[in-house]
Design a protein around this ligand. Structure first.
Ligand SMILES: *[C@@H]1O[C@H](CO)[C@@H](O)[C@H](O)[C@H]1NC(C)=O
Ligand SMILES: *[C@@H]1O[C@H](CO)[C@@H](O)[C@H](O)[C@H]1NC(C)=O
Ligand SMILES: *[C@@H]1O[C@H](CO)[C@@H](O)[C@H](O)[C@H]1NC(C)=O
Ligand SMILES: *[C@@H]1O[C@H](CO)[C@@H](O)[C@H](O)[C@H]1NC(C)=O
Ligand SMILES: *[C@@H]1O[C@H](CO)[C@@H](O)[C@H](O)[C@H]1NC(C)=O
Length: 588
């Protein structure tokens, strides 16, 4: 582009086409005028750690409600694509599914900061792209797991004009955190609360950003309300995670608050598949502990609530608030006691995959809600759109509806993927094999679909167990509808007026596409299956004309359970495609 431009100017000079050059100059003047009229917006991104949507945490942060949610849009159906910190964050920062980043775990060989670097993302992620587009970028808090006091300089994180990272093994040590600023050595904050520390750092970077001439992108990623992990509790890569520690001034709050007693809270009958189904019902001691754990999370969030208020107030005092988007979200959700689970994430249930997302800023209606499905891989494309940068072709996500003038693609699905161990937290979490706080073979893929009149979750596990929940009739995911070998019964439920077998055929084919999708195929998966006879939704794909076609598709399955994205373990990769139109019955 630059080359063409210089070539063009050279040619113009050579031919002395002075009037043409004047015309070109006029165009450039108009462009720069337009730019000065509406400078690119600033962006403030707050990412909490492990904050749920489903357990009502957002009802306990009044300042965040007042300053962000009520001033903008609440995305009610926002999902993560992998319910674990590091993979989810890498997906957020690159706009790509974990099967395309191949950062699928919190530590090497399958994940963590070293894997992020090995995969080349240190030169190729959101802050780098935003700097290239003219932004000043700042970051404080947790970036990735396995970003440590040992490896923080090999190499340093790219892409930030100013950074101050929480480092392992002190990332979740609420009272003895370690931060590492720019290219300085790590500093221990023993005796200070991590949220007070980050609040001060965040205000400092916001100040730097406000002083600058260029638009800014500031990210603040506090450890709260993640569990506390003190270094002495990290043994052989299996850390014992205990309840988060609130600031002293919040310790007394919410004394009567308990985990919501929904139908799936410590239910009388087992639910889920695989290891979840084997969990014993929790006794009173464990339930009391879980309530305490829940309160500790809400208390730990209060510091974040106060920090957000300070940041927004400072923006208000500057003249920049009107041209700043503020985005609030979390890296993954959290469960406590649902399906008899100890505290934790890593599952595909609603609690784990739904997270808060609020956005306020220029053009966004106050107090609005958005119901279409949005995901974490949509956030980088959305920030590109807000900043006026053309989308990258390697984005698996797509910009979400931000202003009422939105003209982009809406989608009804999210692809959820997981590889490796389930992590169990809290004092009663040591119930994995050999009394460990983790369970192997928590490897699964799923598709979550929300359309007009349907609300479904379909998953395939690495031991080839399946789940199908109709959340329209079973919002708590207690009744797995997937037939398990028994012969069909007369009163078998139907979905959208079709037999379960037909619905499962469609969902499985969709998952077959999504589990290895790239770029636009992640957004428009049905186009891969039916390019000559396009449909845009499950509803349309359920047409009887397509029954034979979907009945012939290879099924998603695994050959074994692996801890990482080992393609040989992952069964069929390619669906049949109706290249010549379904009516001719010619499939490739
Ligand atoms: C931020 O970093 C970019 C890329 O290195 C640089 O071009 C820009 O001048 C920096 N901004 C400030 C305020 O130093
Ligand atoms: C706090 O962290 C520092 C390292 O940053 C460590 O040397 C020290 O022992 C820790 N203190 C406690 C009480 O764990
Ligand atoms: C409740 O269950 C926990 C975890 O299994 C166990 O350690 C504890 O002893 C039990 N308490 C009672 C009163 O049974
Ligand atoms: C996990 O999966 C592997 C490979 O499929 C299998 O050999 C192993 O027995 C499984 N472990 C458990 C605890 O289920
Ligand atoms: C993902 O990374 C792991 C660990 O390096 C490797 O074994 C695997 O082959 C990679 N997967 C793909 C699809 O490249």
């Amino acid at each position: 582009m630059k080359f063409l431009f210089s070539l063009a100017t050279a040619l113009l000079a050579q031919t002395a086409a002075a009037n043409l050059q004047n015309a070109l100059q006029a165009v450039l003047n108009i462009q720069s005028q337009q730019q000065s009229q509406s400078p690119p917006p600033n962006i403030l991104l707050v990412i909490t750690d492990d904050q749920d949507l489903e357990l009502d945490s957002i009802d306990y942060t009044p300042r965040i409600t007042r300053h962000i949610r009520d001033k903008g849009t609440f995305y009610r159906n926002h999902f993560v694509t992998t319910a674990l910190c590091c993979p989810s964050r890498v997906s957020l920062w690159t706009g790509r599914q974990a099967h395309n980043t191949n950062v699928t775990d919190v530590r090497p060989p399958y994940g963590g900061y070293p894997k992020f670097v090995d995969r080349g993302f240190n030169d190729n992620f959101l802050p780098v792209w935003l700097q290239q587009a003219g932004y000043d970028t700042y970051y404080t808090g947790k970036l990735f797991n396995a970003h440590t006091v040992e490896n923080y300089h090999s190499p340093y994180v790219n892409g930030f004009n100013g950074s101050d990272f929480l480092l392992d093994p002190y990332t979740y040590s609420y009272l003895n955190s370690t931060y590492q600023r720019n290219q300085d050595p790590p500093v221990s904050y023993e005796g200070h609360h991590t949220t007070d520390v980050i609040a001060e750092k965040a205000m400092g970077f916001l100040e730097d950003a406000l002083q600058g001439e260029r638009p800014f992108f500031v990210t603040v990623a506090p450890a709260a309300p993640h569990s506390d992990v003190s270094p002495q509790n990290i043994k052989a890569g299996n850390p014992v995670m205990t309840a988060p520690i609130p600031l002293k001034r919040h310790e007394h709050l919410f004394q009567d608050v308990k985990v919501p007693r929904t139908k799936h809270f410590n239910p009388d009958h087992p639910s889920g598949v695989s290891w979840v189904r084997e969990l014993p019902q929790q006794n009173e001691t464990v339930v009391d502990y879980n309530d305490y754990f829940y309160r500790s999370r809400l208390r730990a969030l209060q510091g974040v609530d106060e920090m957000v208020e300070s940041l927004v107030t400072r923006l208000e005092e500057s003249d920049k608030l009107d041209n700043t988007y503020i985005i609030y979200t979390s890296d993954n959700g959290f469960h406590i006691g649902q399906h008899r689970l100890p505290p934790g994430k890593t599952c595909g249930f609603e609690e784990d995959i739904r997270v808060p997302l609020f956005i306020r800023g220029p053009g966004i209606p106050e107090g609005s809600t958005e119901d279409s499905v949005t995901t974490h891989i949509d956030l980088a494309p959305t920030i590109f759109e807000l900043a006026g940068i053309p989308p990258r072709s390697d984005f698996d996500g797509t910009a979400i509806p931000v202003t009422p003038e939105f003209e982009g693609t809406r989608h009804e699905h999210v692809t959820v993927e997981y590889w490796g161990k389930a992590v169990l937290e809290g004092d009663y979490g040591k119930i994995g094999p050999g009394g460990t706080p983790s369970v192997p073979n928590n490897t699964y893929k799923s598709v979550r679909l929300l359309g007009k009149g349907y609300n479904l979750y379909y998953s395939v596990w690495c031991n080839n167990e399946h789940e199908l929940y109709d959340l329209e009739t079973d919002p708590y995911q207690l009744h797995n509808l997937y037939p398990t070998g028994r012969s069909p019964v007369d009163d078998e439920p139907r979905i959208l007026g079709r037999d379960l077998a037909q619905v499962i055929n469609r969902l499985d084919a969709l998952l077959l596409v999504l589990k290895s999708c790239q770029g636009v195929t992640c957004i428009k998966p049905w186009d891969v299956l039916q390019p000559a006879d396009p449909v845009v939704s499950l509803w349309e794909a359920l047409d009887e004309d397509y029954d034979l076609f979907y009945g012939e598709q290879p099924r998603v399955s695994y050959d074994w359970c692996d801890a990482g994205y080992v393609i040989e373990a992952e069964g069929p990769q390619t669906p049949l495609t109706s290249r010549y139109g379904l009516s001719w019955d010619v499939w490739v």
